[in-house]
Write a protein that binds this ligand. Sequence first.
Ligand SMILES: Cc1cc2nc3c(=O)[nH]c(=O)nc-3n(C[C@H](O)[C@H](O)[C@H](O)COP(=O)(O)O)c2cc1C
Length: 188
Amino acid sequence: MKGLIIVGSAKMGSHTNALAHYLKGHFKDQSFEAEIFDLAEQPIHQLDVSGVSKPSEVYKNNLKMLQTKAREADFFVLGTPNYHGSYSGILKNALDHLTMDDFKMKPVGLIGNSGGIVSAEPLSHLRLIVRSLLGIAVPTQIATHDTDYNKLDDATYYLDNEEFQLRARLFVEQIIAFANNSPYEHLK
Ligand SMILES: Cc1cc2nc3c(=O)[nH]c(=O)nc-3n(C[C@H](O)[C@H](O)[C@H](O)COP(=O)(O)O)c2cc1C
């Protein structure tokens, strides 16, 4: 059983990435592998159904990797910064490159971070997208603010808020419970 955490920030070393790493550690504690695919580190090209644009080999390879990992994943975490009151376009573009076959009846956890007024609205918007992809967005979600993080000596962010650390544990346990029980397996 393995999961895929997609990070949709435009920034390398984002808060969302730090939260993804924190969750990855929790999944590992529960003997679950959760791989991080950070779209700032491994960018993919804009969806172009007409095929007019000519994406680079690097972008095409990144996309192939994303699609393979998504297909193999048993559960997902979708991570987004708050951009203009919603999830990022980068994340939406990645999801547009994926299909219902990748998400069908798989549990999906939603996480996000805001720099301004903390908001869960980007996650509410994502919940609708997950439903369209036939995934199961689990009830617990995590919406942090920049101030919930601190920096290590090498300037890497880490989650530094006890409440969210507790919530992260519940979040991970919930996703694992859904993945283990696969309550909707027969509906696939
Ligand atoms: C295009 C753009 C739009 C943004 N819009 C909002 C917003 O509507 N509300 C908000 O609280 N922060 C907004 N921000 C700030 C980000 O939420 C903030 O930079 C946050 O730290 C991003 O998290 P990250 O480090 O995980 O990328 C915006 C940032 C960008 C680049």
